[in-house]
Design a protein around this ligand. Structure first.
Ligand code: ACO
Length: 432
């Protein structure tokens, strides 16, 4: 197979190398294009631009494949252990039993927040959006753990990673408790990762929340399925910020801000609100589909479509199945699940969605599962962030450890005014 492409500019021929990935994906290396031709490439939403070589996650959007460090995502569904997956993503291979025990120990040691951080919560409005609280508090970790601002040795990196992965749960649960006027529940060092989060969310001083295996496994599954997704919007943000050699806490806080957007992680909230509107009679499923297709209406069918998946999103397929399983164990069936199924059926029979290859994505069914655990809608994207944190950390580390990585700095095609003369208009204010 050709290892070069030839670009013809007028009568000039320029040869550009081709870079090939492990799974045969090929990319034209344009690193020297401007130097050789004076031209840059134009790809405003970066749909055709590879910004890095990465060995963490592989996606084949045409065939609905997702693998973490080479392992198909489906192989994690039977033995769900989010901490093991986090270690795999960050350190590049599955941990030994000792390594996993040691990392779990680090998570336990780091689950409390510095009291100073806890006090900061007192000054945040109780109705503040939880994603704003999460981003601000992760950023504030830089104030309280300054020893981790430069991570030059592997031991301090592992500890900084553990701090983030552990504390994110505590911060999330604390923001929820405060919004409800509930007393703080401290983490329980005897509990596993997901059970501990549910305990901090839902236990009461006089009544321990009982975590059933079904619910614990479902939360593990949700976190695992969200753990990394190569160069998506929030991960690219983490890499962009990290490329300036910004610290890990600051870079991940920026990732939370990007994830918050309704076209990205915030879509899980939009999905639930859409289903609730239909359930309350404010919108019929047919009208919902009609509005999503109307180009004069900014409304979209949330939880549908993906930049990379053009066949099906394997995470959505696994979550749909988990939803059916978990919700069937509940006393009361959730009417929103029937509405979700109906919407999917209508969309999948409609040429608009079929022709554009718009299938349910991870956000379509994740909210239904979180809701079945009693997690309120405004905490859905926070749960996504808890799951995605290991991926951000792994991507930050990969970039940080790469001696060839440079600051990310795209170019632009300027379309503003041409050279214009400055003319004073004589409107000086207070002599300034
Ligand atoms: N509802 C209706 N129309 C849609 C939808 C949707 N959910 N998604 C895409 N389209 C249409 C677009 O209007 C466009 O139509 P056109 O060709 O007639 O102009 C076409 O499908 C292609 O869509 P783009 O916006 O160009 O696709 P892009 O790759 O830029 O966007 C995105 C992907 C943002 C996910 C989009 O599908 C979307 O907005 N979906 C709804 C929000 C959502 O669920 N986001 C979560 C994504 S998964 C994640 O981030 C975890």
């Amino acid at each position: 197979m050709a290892q070069k492409v030839t670009l013809l500019i007028g009568d000039r021929r320029v040869e550009l190398p081709i870079v090939t990935g492990t799974e045969g994906e090929r990319a034209i290396d344009i690193t020297r294009l401007r130097e050789q031709t004076g031209l840059i490439t134009y790809d405003p939403s970066m749909g055709n631009t590879g910004t890095c070589k990465s060995g963490i996650t592989f996606i084949d959007g045409e065939r609905g494949i997702l693998r973490y460090r080479g392992i198909p995502i489906e192989q994690f569904t039977d033995r769900p252990n989010f901490v093991e997956v986090a270690w795999l993503l960050i350190f590049g291979r599955l941990p030994s039993r000792d390594e996993l025990t040691q990392f779990s120990g680090l998570l336990t040691e780091n689950e409390l927040l510095h009291e100073g951080l806890g006090h900061q919560f007192q000054h945040i409005p109780v109705n503040a959006p939880p994603m704003a609280i999460l981003s601000a508090t992760l950023s504030n970790l830089s104030c309280y753990h300054q020893e981790f601002l430069s991570l030059e040795d592997s031991e301090s990196f592992a500890e900084a990673a553990a701090r983030l992965i552990s504390k994110v749960r505590t911060i999330a649960a604390l923001s929820y408790r405060r919004s409800r006027g509930l007393p703080v529940i401290y983490p329980d060092p005897a509990m596993r990762y997901c059970a501990n989060f549910l305990h901090m969310m839902f236990s009461l001083p006089y009544k321990q929340y009982v975590v059933t295996p079904e619910i614990e496994n479902a939360l593990n599954l949700i976190f695992i399925l969200h753990a990394d997704h190569e160069q998506n919007c929030s991960t690219s943000t983490v890499r962009m910020v990290g490329s300036a050699r910004a610290n890990l806490f600051a870079s991940c806080a920026a990732g939370v801000c990007a994830l918050w957007g309704p076209l990205h992680g915030g879509a899980n909230v939009e999905v639930l609100q859409m289903l609730q509107r239909i359930h309350q009679g404010g919108l019929s499923p047919e009208e919902c589909i009609r509005q999503a297709k109307d180009k004069d209406n900014p409304f979209r069918l949330y939880g549908f479509g993906h930049r990379v998946y053009k066949n099906f999103d394997p995470r959505a397929a696994i979550l749909k199945e988990a939803c059916d399983r978990v919700l069937s164990t509940l006393d009361r069936p959730d009417p929103l699940l029937d509405i979700a199924r109906k919407l999917e059926e209508l969309a999948m029979a409609d040429p608009y969605f079929v022709d554009r290859k718009l299938y349910p994505n991870v956000d379509f069914y994740s909210g239904m599962l979180l809701r079945s655990m009693g997690i309120p809608t405004n905490m859905f994207t926070v749960c996504f962030a808890i799951g995605r944190l290991p991926g951000w950390i792994a991507q930050w580390k990969e970039q940080h450890d790469d001696p060839t990585s440079k600051i990310l700095r795209p170019r632009q095609v300027y379309v503003g005014p041409a050279l214009t003369e400055y003319r004073a208009d004589g409107s000086e204010v207070n002599g300034q």
